[in-house]
Design a protein around this ligand. Structure first.
Ligand code: ARG
Length: 467
């Protein structure tokens, strides 16, 4: 950073009493976090205003000093908002950048703000506020994605497609049902987000360096002012805890994994070979050499972002795993991981929501594929159990022979003549043809959570009431 080298090596104004000289340039470079923690400026200022207000209320600082501090902090907020604020790497992090500016603006009263506080509880507060807001945004974004899926599911409650296991055609399902599988996944992600918000809704400020303080502070007052349910209960844990960041990253990693699976399906489905969907121009790109191509770049990038998010989770877990209580500077490495994961996740959810809303569903192609690969073989076996009284294992065997026959003749199950079916098992009647179509197969699966359009519509209604 340019500002580091031009400044003289004077000792630090925050702890200069103990130091004869300032840090080496390399020390400054490895130590500074301002390059990324400036993102926390609004939270830092909000926290400081709540802290100063509480100090005055408790008679720890005067009302005049508090007013000067609050006014100064408001000024700094607008300076940073407007881009006029000059961040300095020599001042290490966002906390000291703001405090130094406050001193320049209001003089000695600024020095009273840090009473009964440490950067350890200050950074825990700022970062927690930031993560909490990010989780609230994630909750909204997931709700938007779920809404997009509910609309597509409703539209395609009857659209038949092949259901897969091992990516081999298994049984016919509806596209609406497939969409609702993703609603369940993103619904769980959202529930995890809500739980995490509740979990981390405790205010760290007032834990001070690690042991609390002898000043008569009121932690319930600051907790309330900052929108937390209550203060944290153990000051040592408070300054050494980054579970809220780890929870955010775990939730992000699981959600990103869901997005990646969806992205993978979009990539496969949009190939000419599958041709189940056509991506909108808005969410695809062309090739500079092959004029016929339409590439699913957005889906591919969503798939790739998952690697970054998972990496961030592993990185922070690894940073934290060896740390003795309480605060260690290692913990400064928490923020970039969370910021990067948050940006990736936000973008991935937004891109997916757009793709799902815009994508063209090629129902004809889905239906044709749904009937291939003897996908109604289970329906034949079930029919033999129901109508001919065969035990399922025998029905399975009979059906296997029917499939082998169809394969040998190169036709579908429904194209086999009745006489040839009866030669395999005499209990088969012409009623069997009623269950061999993909529509009949899908309509029959009315068990709770099954693929029948009637059942899928029930699940859509359940989710609509909760979205
Ligand atoms: N920049 C630091 C961080 O992000 C703030 C806390 C520093 N505390 C300390 N005792 N050095 O973790």
């Amino acid at each position: 950073m340019a500002d580091g080298s031009s400044e003289t090596k004077s000792s630090n104004q925050m702890w200069g009493g103990r130091f004869a000289s300032g840090p080496d340039a390399i020390m400054e470079e490895i130590n500074a976090s301002i390059g990324f923690d400036k993102k926390l400026y609004a939270q830092d200022i909000r926290g400081s205003i709540a802290h100063a207000t509480m100090l005055a209320h408790q008679g720890i600082i005067s009302a005049e000093d508090k007013d000067k501090i609050v006014h100064g902090l408001d000024t700094i907020l607008s300076e940073i908002d407007s881009g006029a604020f000059e961040f300095s790497r020599r001042l290490e992090d966002i906390h000291m950048n703001i405090e130094a500016r406050l001193a320049a603006l209001i003089g000695p009263a600024a020095g009273r703000l840090h009473t009964a506080r440490s950067r350890n509880d200050q950074v825990a507060l700022d970062f927690r506020l930031w993560v909490k807001e990010e989780l609230q945004m994630t909750e909204k974004a997931l709700t938007g994605l779920i809404a997009a899926f509910l609309d597509r599911a409703e539209e395609h409650a009857e659209t038949v497609m092949p259901g897969f296991t091992h990516l081999q055609t298994a049984q016919p399902v509806t596209f609406g049902h497939h969409c609702m599988a993703y609603v369940e996944m993103f619904g769980r992600d959202r529930a995890r987000v809500r739980h995490a918000i509740e979990h981390m809704d405790e205010s760290p400020i007032g834990a001070a360096a690690l042991a609390g303080t002898g000043f008569p502070i009121d932690r319930h007052m600051t907790a309330k002012a900052l929108g937390f349910r209550e203060p944290t209960r153990n000051s040592i844990d408070t300054v050494s805890d980054r579970d809220f960041a780890l929870e955010f990253l775990s939730i992000a990693a699981i959600a990103a994994t869901h997005l990646s699976r969806l992205a993978e399906e979009i990539v496969i489905w949009s190939t000419p070979q599958f041709g189940f969907i056509r991506l909108s121009d808005a969410f695809s790109t062309g090739s500079s050499i092959m004029p016929q191509k339409k590439n699913p770049d957005a889906a591919e990038l969503v798939r790739a972002k998952t690697g970054r998010v998972n990496g961030s989770l592993v990185a922070l877990l690894t940073v934290m795993k060896g740390l003795p209580l309480a605060y260690s500077k290692d913990m400064q490495e928490d923020k970039e991981q969370v910021f990067d994961a948050a940006e990736s996740l936000e973008l991935a959810i937004a891109a997916m929501t757009g793709m799902i809303r815009d994508v063209t569903i090629r129902a004809d192609r889905m239906k044709a594929a749904a009937g291939s690969g003897y996908s109604t073989a289970t329906d034949l076996a079930d029919w033999l159990v129901r109508e001919a009284g065969l035990p399922f294992r025998d029905a399975h065997h009979v059906t296997g022979r029917v499939v082998a026959l169809a394969e040998q003749k190169g036709c579908d199950l429904a194209d086999l003549p009745l006489a040839e079916l009866q030669a395999i098992n005499s209990a088969i009647t012409d009623k069997v043809y009623g269950v061999l179509t993909v529509e009949a197969s899908v309509a029959s699966r009315t068990s709770f959570g099954g693929t029948a359009p009637s059942e899928v519509r029930k699940q859509i209604a359940w989710w609509r009431a909760r979205n």
